[in-house]
Design a protein around this ligand. Structure first.
Ligand code: HEC
Length: 128
């Protein structure tokens, strides 16, 4: 069997996969909430008030200064990071937390999928 006709087929499949993987802008926050529920909710709440978990609430995290949730005992590393959480900074951090804040005690390896991180950040933006 000639190999050539396979190529357009493969390209078509790759394109379809890319379209499916990339949620439309409207679906991004909902998709991101699923990522939050899978990967963050064990340690973070997403409401302004609520039960204390291992990590600080992520309500209002976009636009917030690092280490600034009142009453939460951060590591010096997190507190002294001294930047404002922008979507760009969150994207770097959530890919590899311990590289961006060496010395953090957030026991989380990071999210490898660019798409999952993008959707998650769209969800975090809605928490205000
Ligand atoms: C195993 C528990 C755990 C998991 C899972 C976890 N975190 Fe955390 N997170 C923490 C802890 C603890 C801190 C505080 C770290 C410190 O003080 O060094 C933190 C800090 C943070 C901060 C910095 C907050 C600030 O106010 O400066 C962000 C942002 C964050 N986490 C986002 C996330 C997101 C998004 C997820 C899910 C993808 C996640 N975390 C998963 C425990 C966790």
């Amino acid at each position: 069997m000639p190999k050539l006709p396979l190529l357009p087929l493969l390209a078509g499949a790759a394109l379809a996969a890319a379209v499916v993987a990339n949620a439309g802008a409207d679906e991004a926050p909902a998709e991101g909430k699923k990522v939050f529920t899978r990967q963050c909710v064990s340690c973070h709440i997403d409401a302004a008030e609520g039960p204390r978990r291992l990590g600080p609430t992520l309500f209002g995290v976009v636009g917030r200064k690092t280490g600034s949730v009142e009453g939460f005992r951060y590591t010096e590393a997190n507190k002294n990071a001294a930047w404002v959480w922008t979507p760009e900074k969150l994207n770097e951090y959530l890919k590899n937390p311990r590289e961006v804040i060496p010395g953090t005690n957030m026991a989380f390896a990071g999210i490898r999928s660019d798409n999952d991180r993008a959707n998650l950040i769209e969800y975090l933006k809605t928490l205000k």
